[in-house]
Design a protein around this ligand. Structure first.
Ligand SMILES: NC(=O)c1ccc[n+]([C@@H]2O[C@H](COP(=O)([O-])OP(=O)(O)OC[C@H]3O[C@@H](n4cnc5c(N)ncnc54)[C@H](OP(=O)(O)O)[C@@H]3O)[C@@H](O)[C@H]2O)c1
Length: 326
């Protein structure tokens, strides 16, 4: 990226911002220099809370500054494309919250803007950057579980949202399809190592916003996947990758449980279980990767494909659960 430290500007003051700012501030080679809000007062309040020296009113104001090299965007999903493109055009490297955008078209526009500006970008899907995920990748690729047949992933949390929450506002990109389907659909794509050839999906809708998503996916080589996401069941963040010899099972793939190491199990046909656990900090690994010089294409393609998968789910739902060929 550029000589250390890489100076980050923060766009938005939402719930996730506090955690990610702390992760940025505790990553070697990073400084957080500026925070922007729609409200100058709120920016100052958060700046004081987070220990960020400069607070500005308006996101464009932040992008016009020369004391930032990169931005972290934590806005509602419908605003990701607009401000990601503006960041790229301002020559700032980009870390944007998931979902990257709300459609494949917008995602293409963001990636084109980053390419044109020559800036590095990642979506903030932390789990992909945990060292454990490198182990998942090599175990699957090396055939540790035999031939992969089926993948299942479930991601949910139960939360009575406060009124005004962007997750309950379709115009802001709310709903569990984009929010949680990003993790579960993305896990299936990661484990299968490719795009599905077809999907079929159903959603429980409340006031025009998806509350629960159930979907099937078909991949080349006879691999199938089922996913379940929602806001109406207790926290689930697990998957199974079932092979002809054994299954890989993980119950915390999006983020390790508090105060526990990242973990997973390999169950074989005789009932033997190998437990594995991993140290590591997924967000710091993600940030270190972004500010480094190494290739990002695998992660970027994962984001691009995940966006396309969510669009396929939506198309199937719009067509009353028809199977959609990719
Ligand atoms: N990676 C993760 O683990 C993780 C976890 C949770 C959420 N997320 C993602 O992070 C993003 C933000 O989520 P969040 O829960 O932090 O959001 P949030 O609490 O709703 O905050 C979003 C921020 O966006 C700004 N904003 C600008 N226009 C807005 C509008 N019209 N309505 C509401 N807010 C607006 C607001 O800041 P100002 O008004 O101060 O500018 C607000 O504080 C989402 O894409 C979400 O999916 C990621």
């Amino acid at each position: 990226m550029k000589p250390s430290p890489t100076r980050f500007g923060i766009i938005g003051t939402g719930r996730i911002t506090r955690r990610l700012v702390a992760d940025l501030q505790s990553t070697d080679g990073v400084e957080v220099t500026v925070i922007a809000s729609r409200s100058g007062e709120r920016a100052r309040w958060y700046g004081d809370q987070y220990g960020i020296g400069t607070a500005v009113e308006g996101y464009a104001e932040l992008l016009g500054r020369d004391d930032i090299d990169a931005v972290y965007i934590s806005l509602p999903p419908s605003l990701h494309a607009e401000w990601s493109i503006a960041s790229a055009q301002a020559g700032k490297h980009l870390l944007c919250e998931k979902p990257l955008t709300v459609s494949p078209t917008e995602t293409d526009e963001v990636t084109a803007a980053c390419r044109k500006a020559g800036v590095r970008w990642l979506d903030a899907t932390g789990w992909l950057h945990h060292p454990r995920s490198d182990a998942f990748r090599s175990w699957i690729d090396d055939g540790r579980f035999g031939k992969i047949g089926h993948i299942s992933a479930s991601v949910s949390f139960y939360q009575p949202f406060q009124s005004g929450d962007h997750r309950l506002d379709a115009s802001l990109g709310g709903g569990c399809i984009l929010d949680l389907g990003w993790y579960a659909g993305g896990l299936a794509r990661f484990a299968a190592g490719q795009m599905p050839t077809a999907v079929q999906a159903d959603a429980v809708m409340v006031d025009g916003v998806s509350q629960r998503l159930t979907a099937m996916m078909w991949f080349p080589g006879g691999i199938t996947a089922t996913i379940s996401c929602g806001y109406d069941t207790a926290t689930r963040k697990w998957f199974e990758v079932a092979g002809s010899d054994s299954s890989l099972i993980c119950d915390d793939f999006t983020r390790p449980w508090p105060d526990k190491p990242a973990r997973c199990w390999i169950h074989d046909a005789a009932g033997k279980v190998d437990s594995e656990s991993f140290d590591g900090h997924q967000e710091r690994s993600m940030i270190t990767r972004l500010i480094g010089d190494g290739p990002l294409e695998l992660f970027q393609q994962q984001a691009i494909d995940t966006q396309r998968i969510l669009d396929l789910f939506q198309r199937s739902i719009d067509e009353n659960g028809q199977r959609i060929e990719a």
